[in-house]
Design a protein around this ligand. Structure first.
Ligand SMILES: Nc1ncnc2c1ncn2[C@@H]1O[C@H](COP(=O)(O)OP(=O)(O)OP(=O)(O)O)[C@@H](O)[C@H]1O
Ligand SMILES: [Mg+2]
Length: 254
């Protein structure tokens, strides 16, 4: 029942690596479904070494009557327990996003965690998907072009979602002139994770679909495990108290 959007303002910053690894970890704590919402360019199936024949777009014509049987035809299950729906081959603008939002409502009710790997820098096309998110994770690298674009993206979020968003700084080292905390402060958003470059484990995942989190020696994997812990902390108590996730209290600096 917690919907997490994984967003990025610039291509190639690591959003899909975060989404796939986070999905594998959260699947250990409750039914988790990852949707690759990158029509025409999605590759989460490759990052997970899964090959589902159908995509979530095949559900859109029957969105008013979706049943568990329909889901069975679309979902591929990863050995971690993560359920996955791949992106359609059609392009972004060819998707009926209104029907997709209806589908997300149904899927959110059916799962403990619903992760949405969002298309990069297309908030105008996917704006209505924001209404379904409880949390937005903004994934960025620490270079000036990515940071400036991330600033624009954060400002473009609806106010209530902006209050429930957190930053994931990827590929950052100690040699970087600004610390992850300083970057988060400048973007006025809580810091949820700082992930290191990890050529070996990330390269292995990109080439063979073996998630970093299943490799105990992966610093990227360990960083995502910590991110999952913070997210679980942020949503804990939500069921009893009915309040929004406490992203600020879960940030690295709190
Ligand atoms: N921590 C890291 N260590 C090493 N390489 C990384 C790391 N993070 C990302 N990369 C590199 O960046 C590439 C892009 O990652 P990924 O596909 O997750 O980005 P993305 O933001 O989803 O891109 P797109 O905009 O295409 O959807 C990876 O294939 C990998 O080569
Ligand atoms: Mg991606």
């Amino acid at each position: 029942m917690t919907v997490i959007g994984i967003l990025s303002a610039k291509g190639g910053v690591g959003a899909s690596l975060v989404a796939t690894n986070l999905g594998c970890v959260l699947a250990g704590y409750g039914q988790t479904l990852l949707l690759d919402l990158n029509p025409g360019s999605g590759a989460d199936d490759l990052l997970l070494n899964l090959s589902p024949q159908r995509s979530w777009a095949d559900l859109l014509p029957v969105v008013k009557e979706v049943s568990p049987k329909h889901l069975q035809l679309i979902i591929a299950q990863h050995p971690s327990g993560l359920n996955f729906m791949r992106a359609p081959d059609a392009w972004l603008n060819d998707v009926d996003w209104q029907a997709a939002v209806q589908l997300l409502g149904y899927l959110a009710d059916e799962n403990e965690w619903l992760l949405l790997d969002m298309p990069t820098g297309k908030p105008s096309v996917t704006q209505n998907v924001f209404s379904k998110m409880d949390i937005a994770l903004i994934v960025t690298t620490a270079d000036p072009p990515a940071l400036r674009a991330s600033g624009h993206l954060i400002k473009s979020l609806p106010a209530d979602l902006r209050d429930q968003s957190g930053l994931v700084v990827n590929q950052i080292t100690r040699r970087h002139p600004a610390s992850p905390a300083e970057i988060a402060r400048s973007l006025e958003i809580p810091l949820l994770a700082a992930l290191q470059p990890d050529l070996r484990a990330v390269g292995y995942q990109v080439s063979f679909g073996n998630p970093c989190v299943s490799d105990g020696r992966s610093s990227f994997g360990r960083g995502v495990v910590l991110l999952a812990k913070r997210l679980r902390k942020a949503v804990a108590g939500r069921k009893e108290l009915g309040h929004a996730p406490a992203i600020k209290n879960a940030s690295i600096e709190s």
